[in-house]
Design a binder for this molecule. Structure first.
Ligand SMILES: C[S@@+](CC[C@H](N)C(=O)[O-])C[C@H]1O[C@@H](n2cnc3c(N)ncnc32)[C@H](O)[C@@H]1O
Ligand code: SF4
Length: 390
């Protein structure tokens, strides 16, 4: 890696030198990036917006342009005596990204310490070209509430575990804020990030986070928002929009660890959360327990299957959906249209699939749309859209 890298957020040296191109728009001011995103969103949703109703688009919500990211996915490169945590550049060189300014300063410092950890442990980085070595990735997640960490080592086999265990006490003594450490075994010679087997090296298995006083938990394999500052505003907005309908019953589909549902829940609301990943459901259940919520049921199921198994008599007052990039799909759109709740709150990370789904949700109209800039410097963003029964 070149020594003289100018690393300010508007001048990311890695980007300028073509070493990391992840932030395509980093050279544009954030306000300009958001203006372009807003235009894209308005164009995609134009078919669903009645004439003269642009006021339906509320002002976009933005956050910091650096230090906002809580998760680092580092490829481990180089050699055991000289490891590099980062990425392979487009030209094929190993690039150390410990100083990437998307991470808070304390996280950057810990990434440097982890580079030394790998060296001291003598863990050979996995070489994709030779199918040799042990350590594939280091995954680090930070909680904003207390600046604590979940640290994961992705290994090819069990061989490296002993070396990690040998060095771990010194690391944990120096960094008591590392609360959860695990090893994931990914034996397949492919660029997939993680395997099925997770071995915890600490007693703690989940990291506590807190958004707007709502306790949430981060587990190795459960989805968690990567921009806590803007995600907290997203959940808070959802809470306010939902409250306007005073629902007595609520479904949170694709609920993950429960962020939306738990923000909107109260002792008087019956909440049902549905999510495919069992570990995320266990986290949501723990949060509900901590909040003293009793009328809550979180289940590990496919959202479309869950909805298909329900009759119109079971319909809740309001349904929240927050699907992956592919959207909710035609079958679920049809079920939602048939249930006909008072309102549907759709949080989407892909406005193209949102627009497609809106074509298939019958009997509803948009009343509010807001853009949340969860992914600065990229083309991506989150949209919160409120649909009300005609
Ligand atoms: C964009 S994330 C949203 C998670 C959560 N709502 C939040 O705020 O963090 C989408 C979630 O949908 C889950 N998921 C994917 N396919 C699913 C399916 N068919 N049924 C239910 N959940 C699914 C994923 O595991 C992931 O947790
Ligand atoms: S991810 Fe980090 S290093 Fe890469 S372009 Fe963005 S700011 Fe620069």
């Amino acid at each position: 890696m070149s020594a003289a890298i100018v690393n300010t957020i508007k001048q990311c040296g890695y980007f300028n030198q073509g070493q990391c191109l992840s932030c395509r728009h980093i050279q544009q001011p954030l306000a300009q990036q958001v203006a372009v995103k807003t235009q894209t969103l308005q164009q995609l949703l134009a078919p669903f917006i009645p004439a003269n109703s642009v006021e339906l688009f509320l002002p976009p919500i933005t956050g910091d342009d650096s230090g906002f990211r809580n998760k680092a996915k580092m490829v481990v490169l180089g050699a055991a005596h000289e490891p590099v945590l980062g990425i392979i550049s487009p030209s094929g060189e190993a690039v150390d990204l410990c100083d990437c300014l998307l991470y808070p300063a304390d996280m950057q410092a810990l990434l440097h310490r982890l580079t030394r950890f790998v060296q001291q442990a003598g863990l050979p980085p996995y070489r994709v070209d030779k199918a040799k070595g042990e350590l594939k990735f280091i995954l680090l997640t930070r909680s904003q509430v207390r600046g604590e960490y979940l640290l994961r080592f992705v290994l090819r086999s069990h061989n490296g575990i002993e070396r990690i265990e040998r060095e771990l006490p010194a690391l944990l003594a120096e960094y008591p804020q590392i609360k959860v450490v695990s090893v994931n075994i990914q034996p397949i010679h492919m660029a997939i990030l993680e395997g099925d087997e997770e071995i915890f090296l600490t007693e703690n298995t989940r990291l506590e986070e807190r958004f707007n006083h709502v306790p949430l938990f981060i587990r190795p394999k459960s989805f968690f928002q990567t921009n806590p500052q803007v995600a907290a505003k997203l959940y808070q907005t959802a809470r306010e929009w939902v409250a306007e309908f005073s629902p007595r019953s609520l479904w949170d589909l694709f609920c993950g660890v429960g962020g939306f549902g738990l923000h909107c829940a109260s002792k008087d609301i019956t909440l049902t959360g549905i999510e495919i990943e069992a570990e995320a459901i266990a986290c949501a259940q723990m949060s509900a327990q901590m909040m003293g919520l009793e009328n809550v049921s979180f289940m590990a199921l496919d959202s479309t299957d869950f909805a298909k198994g329900k009759s119109a008599a079971d319909k809740p007052d309001l349904i929240i959906v927050n699907p992956p990039r592919r959207g909710i799909g035609e079958a679920l759109c049809q079920s939602l249209s048939e249930f006909a709740p008072k309102a549907i709150l759709y949080s989407s990370c892909n406005p193209k699939t949102l627009a497609k789904d809106l074509e298939h949700i019958q009997g509803y109209h948009l009343t509010k749309v807001q853009l949340f800039d969860l992914f600065p410097h990229t083309d991506h963003f989150e949209v919160l859209a409120m649909l009300v029964k005609d």
